[in-house]
Design a protein around this ligand. Structure first.
Ligand SMILES: [Zn+2]
Length: 260
């Protein structure tokens, strides 16, 4: 059995709950510990069961709740050496395990394998992840990534569930009131993914379910994200993909459940 629930995915806070058989964990903890705990209870899960928190990068919207959450619940944090360098103060007295690009790790004695891939973002060592169960690619998790390449397409091809950021509509961003430097940052190779880029990646990787997250409140909307991605897929003659689009209003998603 697997269960995925996006607890929040906006520029104000990102965290996703994943449970595979009996092993549950979070990717990022960028929402307050109180809200994360509440949302985990709402979906019938327990904080005390969490086997770890995996951190993509050090930006505040991905780590805001980490200190209180990890400390109060004695949860181990998994992050890269360079990211740890940025978060040392927040992670004092917290059990950590350093992870590395290309070196898989597991959270328990389960048959889970988590493989960190290099992302392209304006942080010290941004990571995205593929999660395998019994050596079968189950979940791909890509957020805060300015540039998708064949290394990621090959790495994520065939995952059953793909969480991917669909940050902005290109046209919407160009016309927005954002200052020029911010537009350049978002559109740059170390920024965020557009709807169009997410659509291209979904087409290449061909997941069974796509979850669209990190949708900008200013430069996108769930409707625009879905419409633009469906246009990409329609051009490529692929229509029949179930989508879950995460609202940028900070609420949690519905729960995706399935058999392994
Ligand atoms: Zn970021």
């Amino acid at each position: 059995m697997f269960k995925v629930c996006v607890l929040g995915s906006t520029s104000k806070g990102n965290s996703t709950f994943i449970k595979i058989n009996t092993t549950s964990f979070l990717i990022d903890a960028g929402i307050s510990a109180r809200v994360i705990s509440k949302r985990i209870r709402e979906i019938g899960e327990k904080m005390s069961d969490l086997a770890g928190i995996i951190i993509t990068h050090e930006h505040n919207d991905h780590i805001k709740g980490i200190k209180a959450l990890a400390k109060n619940n004695r949860i181990k944090c998994y992050l890269s050496d360079e990211t740890f360098g940025k978060l040392k103060n927040k992670l004092k007295n917290i059990d950590i395990e350093l992870i590395e690009i290309g070196k898989s790790f597991s959270l328990s004695s389960s048959n889970l394998e988590i493989i960190p891939y290099e992302s392209s973002h304006d942080s010290v060592d941004p990571l995205v992840f593929r999660i395998d169960y019994h050596q079968i690619p189950l979940i791909g998790y890509i957020t805060d990534c300015g540039f998708l390449n064949t290394y990621l397409i090959d790495g994520f091809r065939g995952v059953k569930i793909l969480f991917i950021e669909s940050n902005h509509s290109f046209d919407h961003l160009l016309q927005s009131s954002y200052p020029e430097f911010l537009k350049v940052r978002i559109l740059g190779r170390k920024g965020h993914l557009s709807n169009w880029a997410a659509g291209e990646f979904i087409y290449e990787v061909k997941p069974q379910i796509a979850i669209l997250g990190h949708i900008s409140e200013e430069n996108n909307s769930p409707e625009e994200a879905l419409a633009e991605i469906e246009t990409v897929l329609a051009v490529k003659e692929r229509f029949n993909l179930p989508f879950l689009v995460i609202s940028p209003n900070g609420s949690r998603s519905t729960v995706i459940k399935g058999k392994l």
